[in-house]
Design a protein around this ligand. Structure first.
Ligand SMILES: NC(=O)c1ccc[n+]([C@@H]2O[C@H](COP(=O)([O-])OP(=O)(O)OC[C@H]3O[C@@H](n4cnc5c(N)ncnc54)[C@H](O)[C@@H]3O)[C@@H](O)[C@H]2O)c1
Length: 278
């Protein structure tokens, strides 16, 4: 339906990291609607296969590729690059989406492990490796090619509303626990998402003259049947009084990936029901 509009991505390839996850597959649908060829990558081979076959059923005409790729392993990223190159396929658009969403769970709360004072360095390193270093590695491998091949390209970094606001920790409060044992959203998520905005600005200016645009998308939280009490608390922080539906970022992805955003680079598109205004 986007043929011959600025949103048309016909013949463009879009490599998505973390494509087997909740939002990764939505990004794939968004670009498929614009006639792009998605390259689905994820560390989870089984889920990746499922998502790829579901998308192939939904879009039988589309050319959908899939690769197991670990963004924390540069060799794995280069292998995918080389496999694509061997079939004369180059990446036009990269969506850095893979992340570990550090869950605020009961075990962590009991061991006091999410709190800043005790946050384990192993968790810090593991999460930053995926969400931030992984984005850098993919940018190095696929972005360099975009910058060098004369055709330019587009990079979209998936950040979060927590790239511009701090987590509201009372959201995670559990009754019956003293303050010093209360679970919190770990520091890594804020650091990774804020760091991605820095990476976005850096890459945007670094490769602007090579025709590579780089922007971030900062989504607000998606409703996935979280507990009633959590939803009630979080929606009270959102002017639009609800969490997002998983498909509500399609049009932002279509905009950022296509010529519709041709004069936009280095920016952070925040779509959060207004949460960051309060
Ligand atoms: N879900 C939300 O409410 C929400 C809100 C704001 C931002 N985001 C961001 O959107 C992105 C996607 O989130 P999601 O909710 O779909 O998460 P998800 O957990 O459903 O998906 C993440 C995917 O990343 C993959 N992954 C993990 N480690 C990897 C690695 N080393 N290499 C390659 N892939 C790896 C996982 O296998 C998984 O399929 C994340 O960057 C997240 O921070 C999500």
């Amino acid at each position: 339906m986007f043929k011959h509009t600025p949103f048309d991505l016909t013949s463009k390839t879009v490599l998505i990291t973390g494509a087997a996850g909740l939002l990764g597959q939505e990004h794939a649908k968004a670009v498929l609607e614009c006639h792009a060829q998605p390259i689905l990558t994820d560390i989870d081979e089984a889920e990746l296969g499922l998502v790829a076959s579901q998308l192939s059923n939904l879009y039988p005409e589309a050319n959908i590729r899939q690769f197991v790729m670990d963004v924390t392993d540069k060799g794995s990223v280069i292998n995918v690059h080389n496999a694509l190159a061997s079939t004369d396929c180059r990446v036009d658009i990269l969506i850095n989406n893979a992340a570990i969403d550090s869950k605020v769970n009961d075990t962590a709360s009991l061991s006091n492990g999410t709190r800043l004072e005790n946050f384990p360095l192993e968790s810090w390193n593991r999460e930053i490796n995926v969400g931030l270093t992984g984005a850098l590695t993919c940018t190095q491998v696929f972005g360099s090619e975009m910058a060098n091949n004369g055709n330019g390209g587009v990079i979209v970094n998936i950040a979060s509303d927590l790239s511009v606001i701090s987590p509201y920790q009372p959201l995670y409060k559990k009754s019956g626990l003293p303050d010093h044992l209360q679970p919190v959203k770990p520091v890594t998520y804020s650091v990774i998402k804020t760091g991605l905005i820095g990476l976005t600005r850096y890459v945007a200016t670094y490769w602007a003259s090579s025709g590579v645009r780089c922007n971030a998308l900062s989504p607000g939280g998606i409703f996935t049947n979280q507990s009633e009490s959590f939803v009630e608390k979080v929606t009270s922080l959102i002017p639009q009084s609800r969490m997002a539906n998983a498909n509500e970022y399609h049009s932002a992805i279509q905009f950022l990936c296509s010529n519709a955003s041709s004069y936009m680079t280095g920016q952070n598109l925040i779509i959060d029901g207004g949460r960051s205004c309060w």
